[in-house]
Design a protein around this ligand. Structure first.
Ligand code: NAG
Ligand code: NAG
Ligand code: NAG
Ligand code: NAG
Length: 302
């Protein structure tokens, strides 16, 4: 009888107080696995769409096969990507891109061990899609050579970076903030590596397009600003002085705002860009059937 602590009203009161206290303590202090607020789950799941795209684009570019071979249990059974190919790369670029691809495997594992997520959505990474995202006017074969692959890569981690800068102030939990800070660091690093490699070759003419690498990056950035429909958040490698660091230089190795901070983008802005439609309710581009998760689906289903 004395074993039943609930039989004593005083004991029940103490238990009630302990419960209240435990609810007000962070999960980390209590050492139990965290339950994330719904809004954190939704923001992290939104990012999963971009991480799937990066994983399959980089792994296929470097190896000729993607997640289905490298980490099949991370695909969640989603369909194989359309138009994925091995790229004709020299040893340096292939080495770097393989590292990026394997980094994305880690990102997918980290995201999926934090939130339930969803299977890989249908991806279209064909040269026709890159044509839409890069210039609107012509097909662009990212898989043809080093410079084309690097130009196409200019398109991808940067948008992820913008999404993480945008999501960060909205996150509630320590767990989500830790994950997103780590992802932001990695995407920014990838973007910086690609921009630095392109910057060295900025005055080179890209065959057969007859424009320099710098002009290419300007066009891509201008198109993303247009599709995103929220002003200037994307800058090429060589810019008018007003856009350079402290308004003093035209070289623009990183795309940053007037205080040299990364630009944020919201989920609808990102969808407008990766769908290449300028409309978060009209799928296309890399995601022929749309991105998945509560946030992306909310623009598609009404
Ligand atoms: C996927 O499989 C690898 C081993 O092949 C394992 O280490 C990893 O934990 C698995 N990941 C998931 C999310 O099941
Ligand atoms: C989205 O994810 C759900 C699981 O969360 C899955 O049932 C559904 O088929 C997915 N939709 C698309 C279009 O990939
Ligand atoms: C992939 O995207 C391109 C560009 O939108 C399109 O022309 C092509 O038909 C798509 N491929 C498939 C199999 O849907
Ligand atoms: C986006 O597409 C939806 C669905 O087709 C349409 O109702 C809406 O007007 C479009 N928005 C813009 C800004 O074009």
């Amino acid at each position: 009888m004395a074993l039943n602590i609930f039989s004593n009203p005083m004991n029940s009161f103490v238990i009630f107080l302990l419960m209240l206290l435990s609810y007000s303590l962070p999960n980390e202090v209590l050492g139990r696995s965290a339950t994330l607020p719904k809004s954190d789950v939704e923001l992290i799941e939104f990012a999963l769409n971009l991480e799937y795209l990066e994983a399959d684009y980089f792994l296929n570019g470097a190896l000729g096969h993607g997640l289905d071979v490298v980490a099949p249990n991370l695909t969640g059974g989603g369909p194989p990507p359309i138009g994925a190919r091995i790229a004709h790369l020299g040893p340096l670029v292939r080495d770097v891109i393989l590292q990026f691809g394997l980094q994305e495997v880690g990102h997918l594992r980290a995201i999926k061990s934090t939130v339930r997520g969803f299977p890989r959505p249908l991806l279209n990474i064909s040269s026709e899609t890159f044509g839409q995202i890069i210039d609107n006017a012509f097909a662009f074969d990212p898989y043809a050579n080093d410079i084309n692959y690097l130009i196409a890569t200019y398109v991808i981690p940067y948008v992820g970076l913008n999404g993480y800068v945008g999501a960060n102030p909205l996150l509630q939990s320590v767990t989500a903030k830790k994950l997103v800070a780590g992802l932001l660091a990695a995407e920014s690093g990838q973007d910086a590596v690609v921009r630095a490699m392109l910057y060295e070759r900025r005055y080179e003419i890209v065959i057969p397009y007859g424009v320099t690498v710098a002009e290419f990056t300007d066009r891509i950035s201008a198109l993303r600003n247009k599709l995103g429909r929220d002003g200037l958040k994307d800058e090429g490698l060589v810019v008018p002085k007003e856009l350079g660091a402290e308004g003093k230089v035209t070289g623009n190795i990183l795309s940053l705002n007037k205080d040299s901070l990364g630009y944020p983008r919201t989920p609808p802005e990102i969808l407008r860009i990766v769908y290449a439609t300028g409309n978060e309710s009209v799928p296309g581009g890399f995601y022929p059937k749309g991105a998945n998760g509560t946030i992306a689906r909310s623009y598609l289903e009404h």
